[in-house]
Design a protein around this ligand. Structure first.
Ligand SMILES: [Fe+2]
Ligand SMILES: [Fe+2]
Length: 164
């Protein structure tokens, strides 16, 4: 971790982390959509891929507000979560069980993002970066909505079919 001496530094560090995380997610979602058997799940992944593109754009705006170049710092946490999603894709053969696994992997990603954005919004407000906080809040709402959509799919029929 580059020298973090202040709360501003920590905010920037976390911004770089989530910027890289979103880019990793942007690459992973089309692969997950391709593997998903349930049409609604495929659609949810595709829709969130498009949202993720917009989220990256918002992050570049936050970098601009800080007068910093948009730059990522490798996010190990998301690398691990994406790696686990890959394991599911490689190892689960039954299509229904695969969907349940993909859903759970995607929800783990959303929960990580919800945690990160929640923290960054609190820090932005504390640092008086209210415009940045507003942008980050828009993204947080999308992450929460995505998690809810996934939850509904899981509890609606994906888990039931996987267990049948
Ligand atoms: Fe995201
Ligand atoms: Fe997300």
């Amino acid at each position: 971790m580059a020298a973090v001496k202040s709360m501003q530094d920590l905010f920037l560090h976390t911004l770089q982390d989530i910027y890289d995380a979103e880019k990793q997610i942007l690459r992973a979602l089309p692969k997950m959509a391709k593997k998903a058997g349930t049409g609604e799940l495929k659609q949810a992944f595709e829709q969130h891929r498009d949202e993720t593109q917009g989220q990256i754009e918002r992050l570049t705006q936050v970098f601009e507000m800080l007068d910093k170049r948009a730059r990522g710092m490798h996010c190990h946490a998301i690398e691990g979560l994406v790696e686990e999603a890959k394991e599911v894709m490689d190892e689960v053969e039954d299509e229904q069980v695969l969907d349940a696994g993909l859903l759970s992997a995607a929800q783990a990603v959303e929960h990580y993002e919800i945690s990160r954005y929640g923290t960054m919004i609190a820090w932005a407000k504390q640092l008086g970066l209210n415009d940045a906080a507003k942008l980050l809040e828009e993204t947080l709402e999308e992450e929460k909505k995505t998690d809810q959509i996934l939850n509904k799919l899981a509890l609606g029929n994906v888990n039931r079919k996987a267990a049948a």
